[in-house]
Each structure stands twice: as C-alpha cells, then as structure tokens.
Design a protein around this ligand. Sequence first.
Ligand code: ATP
Length: 920
Amino acid sequence: MATILRRSPNLARSSRQIVEAASLSQTLARRPASLPRPLYAYARSRKYATQPEGQKEDGKKLDKTPGAAPKGMEHLYSQQSPMSPGQPQPPNKQDGDDTPLPGRSKLSVQEEKALEDVFALVKKGMPSSMAEDIDKALQRIKREGMPTELRDTIKETREEGMSPARAAKLWRLTTQMARHTVESERKDTESEAPKQQTTEEPGPGTKKDDGKNKKKKTDEMFSGVTEIRFDLSNFLLSSFVAYLLYRLVVPTENSREITWQEFRNTFLDKGLVEKLVVINANRVRVHLHRDSVASMYPDSPAAHAGFYYYFSIGSVEAFERRVEEAQNQLEIPTSERIPISYHEEGSWFNTVLAFGPTLLFIGAIFYLSRRAASGAGGGQGGIFGMGRSRAKKFNHETDIKVKFSDVAGADEAKTEIMEFVSFLKEPGIYQKLGAKIPRGAILSGPPGTGKTLLAKATAGESGVPFFSVSGSEFVEMFVGVGPSRVRDLFANARKNTPCIIFIDEIDAIGKARAKQSFGGGNDERESTLNQILTEMDGFNTSDQVVVLAGTNRADVLDKALMRPGRFDRHIRIDPPTLDGRKQIFDVHLKKVVTHEDLEHLKGRLAALTPGFSGADIANCVNEAALVAAREGVESVKMIHFEKAIERVIGGLERKSMVITPDEKKTIAYHEAGHAICGWYFQWADPLLKVSIIPRGNALGYAQYLPGGGMDQALMNFNQMMDRMAMTLGGRVSEELHFPTVTSGASDDFNKVTRMATSMVTKWGMSPKIGYLYYPDAGETSETQLQKPFSEQTAQAIDAEVKRIVDEAYTQCRQLLTEKKKEVGLVAEELLAKEALSRDDLVRILGPRPWEDKGEFSRYFGGQGEGGPMGGAPKPTAPGPNGPEPGEGGGPGNLPPGLGRGSEEPAPTLYKSFEEMSRRW
Ligand SMILES: Nc1ncnc2c1ncn2[C@@H]1O[C@H](COP(=O)(O)OP(=O)(O)OP(=O)(O)O)[C@@H](O)[C@H]1O
C-alpha cells in the first residue's frame, strides 16, 4: 500500500500526460504519444533493480568476454568491440549501416518527424543528463529502425484516433526503446572499464576515468528515482486510476448531447446518419457516416471513431413518430430508412451503488469473523466468535498470588478444599488406590464470604492454571451460544490440564429445570446446563480438571448438578464467626497503617461487626483508611474504624437535611424511648450509641450490639418480647410526651409484626396455634396459589399476632411511664449533643441494671475507649430502678419453659431473627 501511495503523484502526472495525448487526437493522429517522464524513469530503475546484467530485453544472452575497443573508437560501439577475437557480431548498428534490424522497419521522413516531436515532448522539464539519453534513444531508433508494433500503433492512432489504451501502448513502446539504449550504453561502459584497467596505466584524464565518470553520472542520474515494484495488481490499479482520472478530466470526450433540432438540421437533413440506437428508452445515440462527416465538418470530433452525439427522448413512441415524420418529410424511401435499434445499458456506477450495501455487509461480516478468529487464537469461534468461551485464564505463575493464608476463617471449607489441592498436586496417590478423583465442588454461601477467594487460593496453592467465568456469561440472546461456550471452555481446560475451572454464580445456568416449560423460554439455559452435565460426565478419571462453582442460592440448583460424579462436594461458607472476623480483620489490617494495639483492635472490631461478611470487613478497613486520609492524620485510629462501621451499617450521614425544631424534638423523644427500653429491659441487646443525626433512610437511630457481640444462634422468648417492646419504645414515648403521634414509627411496626407472625406461625410460641409451621409465600419452590391453612386458622393467627404485639406494647408503656423523667433527660441531652455514647447514658442514668456478658464487657466494659460508642463501667448488680430478673409483664399463657423470667434456654432451635443492628 505504501508503494501505491508513494506512486500516486506519479500516477496523477502520468494520467495527465496520457489524457493530454489522447485529447490532442488530431495532432497525435500523426504523432506517437508523449512519454511520461516519471514512468519512464521508473521503468529504468526497475531494470536496474531486477534485470540480471548481460541479458538483453529480447531475451538473448550477451557474451561478456572482454574485448578492448580500438583507441579513440569507443563511441562508435554501443556494445562490445567487433575486433574482439571469437566474438559474435552484436546486433548493434554502426553509423552508415542503413539496414534495419530484424523485426524493425526503416522510418519514413514523416515518421522521423513525428518521432522527433514525441521525444521533444518527453524531454520537456527533464534534467539535461536525462534529455541526452532521450536523444540517444531517438538516434538509435533512426539507425536501427522502428519496431513493427510501434509503427502499427502509430498507424492505428492516425486512422482511428487516440484512446487511453493507445496512449499507454505508445508510452510503453517508446519507453522500451529508450531503456534499451540506456542499457546498451551502460554495458558498454562496464565492459570498457576492465579493459582500460588491464591495457592502460591509470592516470588523470585516461579512458578509465571517463568510464567511471560515466557510470557515476548514470548512477547519479537514477539515484533520485524511487524503486517501485511493478506487478499485475499494481498495473491494473494504476490503469484503473488513470482511466478514472481521464474520464474525470475529459468527461465529454467521447460523447456530446445535442437537441433534436440540431440532430435534425445538422445530420438527418444532410443524410449523415448511419443508424440510431435507443439506450434505456431515454437516450438516442447517433451513429454517423464518419467519412462523410469528416469531409463535411473536418474539425468536428464526430469525424473520429468512438465519438457519438446523443439526445434525450421522453418516450420511445414519440421518438419513433418524430423520426418517421422527419423521414417522410425528407421523402426517404422505405428501403433506405434509418435503422433504429434498442439497447439496455446499466451504468456500472449504478450497479456498484445497488450492490454496495450488500457488498459492504458481506465485507463487514467477513472482516469481523476473520478478526474474531485471529483475535482469540482459534477455537470454536463461529460467527463473530460468539460461541467462544469468555473465561479468563489466570496464569498460576504470574496472576494468582492468593494462598490459603490469605483466606481467613472458613477453616472447615479450607480443610475440605485442601483435598482438591493434593489431588491436583499428586494425583498418583489416589489413582493407585483406585480412588475416583472428585470432579468438582459447589461453594455456597452469602455474598462476599470468600467463595471466589477460596477458589483462587486453591489454584494458587496447587500451582495450576485457573479459568474463571461467570454463569451469566454463558447466556446470550442467540440460541446455541451457551452450550457452545461450555464446550469451548472445557476443551480449553483439557488442553491445559491440570487446571481449575471456576464458574461463579452458577445459579444463572444451573437452576433446577422446570417440570413443564411454558413456551420454551428456558430452553437455552437448560441446554447450557445439560452441556455442563455432559462435559463433567465426559472427563476421564485421569483428567485433572477440577470444576469449582460458586453460588448464593445452592437451594435452587438442579439436583443433577449435585449428584456424585459431578459436583461431588458441597462446601458451605457461612458468614464468619467472631473468631473468623478477628482473623479476617487481621488479614486486612496489615494493608493499612495503624498504631493501635492490634490484638485489642481486632477483638473490638470483630465484636462490633456481627454478621459482617469478609467483603464487608475488607470494605470497612478500607473505609476507615479513607476517613483517616480525609482528616489528614498519619495513621488509622479506632475512631476511624468505628465511623467506618457506622457508615457501612447505617449509610451516609445526612447533616444537610433540613429538620424543623419540632420534628427534631419528636425524633429526640422517640430515640430516647428506644434507649430507655434498651437500658432497663433485662434481655434487650446492649446499647452502644443513640443519635438524632439523619443517616441513610433513618432520621435517628440507636445502635445495639446483638448478642452482646457474641455469635448468637438462638433467640429465646424473653429476648423476643424485650426486643419487641424496645422496638415499640419510640411510638410509646411519643404518646407519653406529645399530644399527637407521627408516622415515624412505621418501620418499627413492620419489624414487630413480622417477629410476632414468625413466633406464631413458625416458632411454636402461640398456645392457640400450637406447634405448626406455615411457610411464607415464596418460601417453597412450588408456586403457592393458596394459603396452607384454613380461614379459621388465619383468623386465629391474626388474633395471636395482635395479642403478642399488644403484650409487648403494654410492657413498654409500663416501663416508659415509670421512666418518664429519664426519657426527658436523655431526649434533652440528645437535643443538645445530637449523639450520645454509652458513657453519656451511664452518666445520665447510672450504670445499667443488668450485667453485660461476653465480648461486650471485655471491649465496651467502661475502659473509656473514647470512640463514638464509648465504654461503660462494668455493671455489678441490677440498678435501683430496673426490674428484677423475672419481673415485668408476663406473656400470659405460654408453653412451659418459655415464660418471662425463666433463666432456662429456650428448648427449641430458633434461627437468629434480626439483622445485627437496627435502625430507628
Ligand atoms: N475469608 C476471607 N478472608 C479474607 N478476605 C476475605 C474473606 N472473605 C472475603 N474476603 C474479602 O472479600 C472480597 C470478596 O470476596 P469474594 O469475591 O471471594 O466473595 P464471594 O463469596 O465470591 O462473593 P459473591 O458471592 O458475591 O461472588 C475478597 O476479595 C476479600 O478481600
């Protein structure tokens, strides 16, 4: 392409010359075409670059035996010395020898004149050294005669006029002649040089110098000429461009439009029309008797072959009628009437335009599929590489640096998965005992618990390639793409054994197949799943490909995936325990700068973050570092971590939110109601902080530590009742301190209702409903079209839920009426300070009347941490105002062992009900 680009100016110039030659048809009918200089130079340069020396243009070999030319006679010889012994007579001619060479004919005087004109044209603008060569070429043609081909072309041009093809041919032939001459000269020079060297002493002014100078001159002459490779495609392209330019510059060269009147008066009436051709039913081409035209109008272009006049017509019928009438008027006999023929011509431009979009489309498809095929290095690409797997391959040496030590907690999961590592490292141990190698494992658990991390660590430990892909990447809008990508993924994996394939979010494709499909909407997903099943079955026992899959919804997966021989293992990764959180904090705290006591920091942070996943913890640590950086401090402190935790739990503080003083007062009393309940109810979760600064969706909030910072698997009846009463504390406080209530407690009611409903329908805590379990809508996989209980049961459930909530309300109202003064104190302090820590509450209310247990007392037991959550002194005994254990509103008719005040743990297993921190 670069070659073509370099040549473009030359092409433009040469086409201009060709056009010039063709347009001068009158003159050039008697002259050969002009010789475009750049192409002439290019032809010579090519000769030097590719033609072996000693070979003549006609293919005859030259004898290279050196022979000395007679002194002073060198200029007479164009090739070798005729005096050299044993040398064949070269085909060169000497002056005075008028016999033309074979295949050539002597020039007439007119031809000589015409040639001189052509060469004079060619020399225009050339350097003098090149003009000299052109002269020599002319002399040679005069001496040796004109090649028959050149003569014929000149003759044709004279008779039929100039066309681009003839101009190009003339150029080629004349160039050839010029080139021969230059080459003969060069060979003479080269053959003379060694002779001079052997026969003469070198010295200034000798012939050798002349030869050298001549060669040097010739080299200099050609040094500025760019060497261009001349092949068929270049030739065709340049001819095409030249023709286009020619047609562009001289668009009306071959035809001219006339009117009917002109046609009639100038040609028809004078009997010059030979025939008429109707083209595409809208144009008529006029063919004239050229000889008659030439004699009548010698200057008219119509005298030359290939030139036509034409005129446009409205309809063929009208045209025929007009011609008929005109001929009738001219009284032309029927036998001599002008023949009319009809012709359909499609413009090539229109044709290209018509096919253009289709060609473009095909070209684009071809290009894209070629690019896709070359881009990803083969495989089952298909159209656009759609069917190729999108799995990312991680190189174990460069990309995967994760080790088991980076995965904190999750010890059971690690132990399970270790086996895969040892299988990949030492398969022989298993194979020799005849054990089948596990094919894969499903890692399930809530988001962010480290499933991907664990899979990566497995690859990192076993040192094998790791293909990671998400289940959703198999799903496309095109049918058949999913299975094809699965095939491609497994084919790639087999090429890279031993290796690990990790399919994240496998539930996107691995959901249980529908028993009956409505409209076949899931066919593509199902065939993708089937393909996975087939591929996993297709492994040999010796194939060291382990497939790990991650999901948050193991319960919805197809049973066929989980059967032995496919995903043999099911590894569950739960949110980390207190100890697990400590370890995860340990991993992530190493990445930030902190001068805190690490052991204490880890423990306190772990206690503050029950229910956090590994990803939450990583985010928290990073957030703390960002807070510290915003404050411009050197290291991350406890306060930054606590702010980060609050932010992760509650969302961003909305300090700019506009709240009226009345609203603020209501919020303060509402939050104070919650805080007082949390402080005085025995089974309530320990309070950490209360605030009326809006955060996230909440206008104010009280932060508690569920389970006292311990991992709590169970909740007993007393804890539930206290929690519900505490939740209603906001509304009760509003009722007690204001003439009216607000809408701010709606979220509280939602929580209370859900909790009470679960107690009745799931946890067997209502004597009226008994020990029954009624699933919620959507809890089971089958579509629940009707409630699983009768109308009477529904009414009984409603009544029981209401009864439990009412009891919690009574319990709360009783306490807050008693503690009305304390509520006022806390609310006023809140209005003044906006946020109160545990220390503030201790100061206002005295120590909490109930002992704090476990981690809470260890990390928040009054050491005065100084963070926003503060620390409370260790309570020793129930306070004077607090109810004694076992006191308070009784829950009424409760099953044995669940009564308020019972120190016994609840006898049944209950799921941990609420999130770790509640917002009000
Ligand atoms: N046990 C852990 N130890 C250390 N870091 C962890 C742990 N678990 C999670 N993380 C952190 O959380 C980030 C996200 O974890 P990962 O992507 O493995 O979660 P996942 O369970 O695959 O989540 P998802 O189900 O949403 O895909 C990890 O990059 C890591 O920083």
